[in-house]
Write a protein that binds this ligand. Sequence first.
Ligand code: DON
Length: 579
Amino acid sequence: MNRMHLKVQLSVTLTALLVLLATGTVQAQKFFKANPQINPYNFSVVKEQSYNNAAVTSAHPLASMVGAAIMQQGGNAFDAAIAVQFALAVVHPAAGNIGGGGFMLGRKADGTLIGIDYRETAPAKAHRDMYLDAKGEAITEKSKDGPPASGIPGSVAGMFSTHAFAKLPMADLLEPAIELAEFGHVLTEKEAGGLNSQRADFLKYSAAASALTSKEKWKAGDTLYQPELAATLKRIQKNGLAGFYEGKTAELIVKEMQYGGGIITKADLKNYQPKFRKPIEFDYKNHHVITFAPPSSGGIIIAQMMKMIAPFDIAKMGFNTFESVNLMVEAQRRAYADRAEHMGDPDFWKVPTASLVSDEYVKERMKDFQPGVAGSSKITLAGVPKETEQTTHFSTMDKEGNMVANTTTLNGSYGNRTIVAGAGFLLNNEMDDFSVKPGVPNMFGAIGGEANAVQPGKRMLSSMTPTLVTLNNKPYITIGSPGGTTIPNQVYEGLVNIIDYKMTIKQAIDASRFHHQWIPDRVDVESDFPEATIQALKAKGYTVTKRGRFGRMDGILINETGKLEAAGDKRGDDSVAGY
Ligand code: DON
């Protein structure tokens, strides 16, 4: 440690001590004392590394290091996932959360698959037209901003369900997050910038100022202390599920709702239930892909797209060439058309999952694909099956052969920007993922209809796509990403990059991306997308739009020598850890 770091650390520790003495909450730093290799005041991003035993990749270096340490001290990939989820709620408040929801996909060493749906649900008082004005027009801010935008949070319940597959006590898995909140952590440039950009909204949409607004202008290197969040996490540590869904935390959430016109009640919170979902499985060129079922659309979409392109020799077409992008985009168009029409919460809408991913249906959908020709979303509509920018992804793998892919979200960056007064955490704006009115696009430009209309207790349709791959029935890849409707396309392209183009996991994750979601009928490409391909696509009649960057994909792959290759996306602070 150099002198400057030592000085910074001394003053930070002193401040922490003063804060704690003042609030009377001094407690021993159990986790960080036992793990001096992790320094919340001085850490760096590690983009790529191979490990012998266990690996984590997540949106924040501290969360990844916490997960690795948990596995080193006897936890498995599920323990690590829980600890990472809670740590991200502290160090990556834009998307890490306890006030949001997500999907945990796991494969145990014995091959058992686990899909835990901890997606938010619509409150009991929600109704179909709740985001329409008297004239029936959509009030799109209402599903995005402040308390009316929140679904009932599922993350804490999701972690308790995940705990059935873990080895260490839940209290130990919450401990690192508690200490990060209580004793503070140093902000990266991206995290500081994120907080600054949302400051006005935090103050506008919350009843009170909070730790996140305690400074006018955050900069990299500042320490963020979150004593209220630490207290909330401690209530969960002490009282389990009731520490969040009942008692003081529930009271504070409901109070915030009353202040900001939200409709979540104490009963809503107490009644929240995560659900086990049977994962979607399919084969692609000798690889077995396992991914998430509805209420996420992601699994069906990638199953459809990968089956549509499976008959083609994509490697021969070349990476991001006109030929390969033309094929892959036309698969995207068809799958996303089906998303808008057929997908929603399976407990409320009969989603014809088996038909949508069946070989015959997928083949039929690609029958009118003409290589070299730009399709049109006016002509390609949803099929008729026979039967009736913020989220975060992390992956963990352990030496026993357990693997987890977990994607979790508040929906928009920092969710509805409401920080629950006295509880110190952000709430989601997941209600915007419902179709507030048929044909009215949500914040990701996605449209939907009856299948995804608002109903009390219903889960809004997601695009999150936590995905696992096995090869010869052995763990091979765990991968996923944020990015709203671009997520299934990112995972699809990432897997094709590895399987067809033989890229390393890091190359596959960093490679330039493209995205088509049926409507708008447009190919979005990242800014470093090959210009020649853009021109060739335009020449054939595609509308092509350059769009910054999408997603922050994180993945781990076990290579032929048995090493765990962990990779964090170049697009964020994403960082790997392991041992
Ligand atoms: O569930 C979904 O599909 C969205 N709520 C995900 C939001 C997201 O990925 C935002 N990230 N950039």
